[in-house]
Design a binder for this molecule. Structure first.
Ligand code: LLP
Length: 412
């Protein structure tokens, strides 16, 4: 459920006309709905009411400060993967004790910054990283709370690029070597093993892979207890999928029910790191048709948004629903929706049945709230888009459109 609906034939974002926003702020334009973000966060978080839990929104999905502030005000913790994301989280007023830090390549400076901030724990992905955290913490006269990211070798049945919990992936530690890693962590002076973590992939549309991973982690926890290591936190990562097209992922309440049945009564605080399910359908991207063109085999809509604005179709072959901003009862035709970038892979949709919109008219690209702007680049020296946050009839410029000067500001 989201708050982008047609009113008298014109798409609205909550109480505001998308046409009016596009006229005022230009295109390409990202628009996020505050009510949808709140609603998604609550739906997810309340699905685990039976458990002692903490929902740490995964910043990488949409890291705009306005979005982070809104979610922090709802009580969200945050999952970070870089010093930059830590900086954003702190700027947004997130409580440091609600921050978990994942990622395979944390640098010394980033570890130091996180220790200084007083985050909840590091999700450690290798023994080498554990030793590094121990050294940095020792230099600072501190003890770092750590959990290991365990790779449970489960197939999440999603796109290979966003599968992370199989043996061939770079993430986490395999179960066999994890016991030795915990033993080492218990021995080292400046780290304290407090948790266990996994994240098996993104855009999962079934519950079974989560349950399979959870079973493996709970088995492993029994082994840890046998070694006298009692952890407090069980971090199950993110990954719950959303409907982009015809997918039917479980509703968070169904997801919550299935997991709670296994976790209820255990003396563990459960942490979740959802990203896409919170932000994905809380955002749209609006683009204008610059030209239309046809050749003997194809019809093209050449739009002003490109792969630098939304790379998911080019990178993963992802489907994003596209529609008109203004309904005009037009005929439909097959189109490739392409951007101005000099690559054949620059498209938002291929062979898509769409209304025959004309030059100058606008299209909406749905489900663009997660991994949209955060993956944007300046390729072809294109200024990155403007981001708006709409809350009822209130419009906030969450990020100004970049200017040409911005593009060269750091070049000396
Ligand atoms: N936790 C960790 C450790 C992660 O690596 C990720 C996502 C999440 C949580 C959040 O996962 P989510 O709930 O959003 O599925 N760019 C890709 C998605 C990459 C996801 C990377 N990790 C896309 O556009 O589909």
């Amino acid at each position: 459920m989201h708050h982008f609906e047609y009113r008298d034939g014109i798409l609205s974002a909550e109480e505001v006309s998308v046409t009016a926003l596009a006229e005022e702020y230009g295109t390409p334009l990202y628009i996020y709905s505050a009510a949808t973000l709140r609603r998604h966060f609550k739906a997810f978080d309340s699905a685990f009411n039976e458990l002692d839990h903490l929902t740490c929104y995964s910043i990488k999905a949409n890291s705009n400060l306005a979005v982070l502030k809104l979610l922090a005000a709802e009580g969200a913790g945050m999952d970070i993967v870089s010093g930059g994301e830590l900086y954003r989280a702190l700027k947004a007023g997130v409580t440091p004790e609600k921050i978990v830090y994942s990622g395979v390549g944390k640098r010394d400076s980033e570890i130091r910054e996180a220790l200084e901030a007083g985050i909840l724990m590091f999700n450690v992905e290798s023994v080498a990283e554990l030793k590094r955290i121990n050294t940095v913490a020792s230099d600072m006269g501190m003890t770092a709370k750590v959990s290991f990211r365990i790779n449970p070798d489960v197939d999440p049945q999603t796109h290979p690029y966003i599968s992370t919990g199989m043996q061939e992936n770079k993430f986490g530690l395999d179960i066999e070597n994890s016991l030795a890693a915990y033993t080492l962590a218990a021995e080292l002076e400046n780290v304290e093993p407090v948790g266990m973590d996994c994240h098996i992939g993104s855009q999962l549309t079934k519950i079974d892979p989560f349950l399979e991973a959870l079973d493996k982690l709970l088995d492993f926890n029994e082994k840890l207890k046998g070694l006298g290591i009692n952890i407090k936190y069980l971090d199950l990562g993110g990954g719950l999928g959303i409907p982009y097209d015809k997918e039917e992922p479980p509703h968070p309440s169904e997801f919550g029910k299935a997991l709670s049945a296994k976790l209820k009564g255990l003396p563990l605080k459960v942490i979740f790191e959802p990203g896409r399910v919170i932000a994905g359908n809380a955002g749209i991207m609006v683009t204008q048709v610059v030209y239309t063109k046809s050749n003997p085999t194809k019809n093209f809509l050449i739009v002003d948004a490109a792969m630098n604005d939304l790379i998911r179709p080019s990178l993963y072959g992802s489907y994003h629903r596209i529609g008109e901003v203004e309904l005009k009862g037009r005929q439909h035709q097959r189109f490739d929706v392409v951007g101005p970038i000099c690559e054949s892979g620059d498209f938002l949709a291929r062979d898509r049945e769409l209304p025959t919109v004309d030059q100058g008219e606008r299209l909406v690209v749905y489900s663009a709230g997660a991994y949209g702007f955060t993956m944007a680049s300046n390729y072809n020296t294109r200024p990155r888009a403007c981001e708006l946050l709409v809350d009822g009839s209130n419009v906030t410029v969450a990020r100004k459109r970049e200017t040409y000067e911005d593009l060269i500001a750091n070049e000396l």
